[in-house]
Design a protein around this ligand. Structure first.
Ligand SMILES: [Zn+2]
Length: 280
């Protein structure tokens, strides 16, 4: 293991995939129609003393996970397990996984961590079960859901490893706090981690860009998502909660799909073009 502090969390962002020529206007309101990015996909590794925690897990490109990556045109990928190995972490070492939400690119490999305790909002899981049970005409709601991921979560429930979080919780783990952040999905949560450089916030998909918080052209007017099943009303309240949690300091916000690839933070390793970035 590399060095870990007993008091604060050591946090890295692990970039595991990129989509191809993704239209920003398909993610946030009012983005220029010609703005496209090979958008990064990432998850977070947080370590402290005897805990090894992931915030989201990425996805495996196998079986239905492979089909989802083709459907959403995510051709560039490296195994999340390979990235963790580069950081000296084996799957069995992972003690906890805090899931922002259930989209395939955020919890697609939970089945690879048989000893980890999963923490996800109760409303997130139950809303997807409800949506899945609706007639096919409601398929828009579940487009980004891989049913096999819900099956894996159910397996974890049977093994008593699934913690259904009910709203905001302080110290879900020591120095790790979760906040309900509905909007992108019905039971999304964002995660606050205490580190040596202050509290960091892992955004989940509550925001795709700093523009969601700063506004277009730094207008100061929050920007809602276009890729969401919840109301703009709830999204903007969530964006405001995140802004308060970071005290308006965007350097403390980890955007998992950050088109600028965590600019300004030290790159610890680069493997086949994918970055591991020190966040704490
Ligand atoms: Zn999502």
């Amino acid at each position: 293991m590399t060095e870990t502090s007993t008091d604060t969390w050591d946090v890295h962002v692990l970039e595991f995939a990129r989509s191809r020529q993704q239209r920003m206007a398909g993610l946030i309101h009012g983005a220029p129609l010609d703005e496209v990015h090979d958008l990064p996909f990432s998850f977070v590794l947080a370590r402290r003393a005897d805990r090894i925690v992931l915030c989201d897990t990425g996805f495996m490109r196998e079986g239905t996970g492979e089909a989802m990556s083709i459907k959403f045109d995510v051709p560039y990928w490296i195994s999340p397990l390979r990235l963790l190995a580069e950081m000296g972490v084996r799957p069995d070492d992972v003690t906890d996984i805090v899931l922002s939400h259930a989209h395939f690119d955020h919890m697609g490999s939970i089945g690879k961590f048989p000893k980890a305790r999963l923490h996800i909002q109760k409303r997130e899981i139950l809303s997807w079960h409800e949506a899945m049970a609706m007639p096919p005409a409601f398929g828009f709601l579940t487009e980004i859901i891989n049913p096999d991921d819900l099956r894996s979560a159910f397996d974890a429930a049977v093994e008593h490893r699934l913690n259904l979080v009910d709203g905001d919780v302080d110290d879900l783990l020591p120095g790790v706090h979760v906040r309900l952040g509905e909007g992108h999905t019905m039971g999304q949560q964002f995660i606050i981690i205490e580190t040596g450089r202050g509290n960091l916030v892992v955004s989940g998909d509550c925001v795709y860009s700093s523009r969601n918080i700063c506004g277009h052209n730094q207008s100061g007017v929050y920007v809602p998502l276009t890729n969401a099943i919840g109301a703009a009303w709830d999204q903007l309240k969530t964006i405001d909660r995140i802004n308060k949690a970071i005290d308006g300091d965007l350097d403390r916000l980890i955007i998992l799909h950050d088109a600028e690839r965590w600019k300004g933070r030290p790159v610890v390793k680069e493997i086949e073009g994918f970055r591991i970035v020190q966040a704490s």
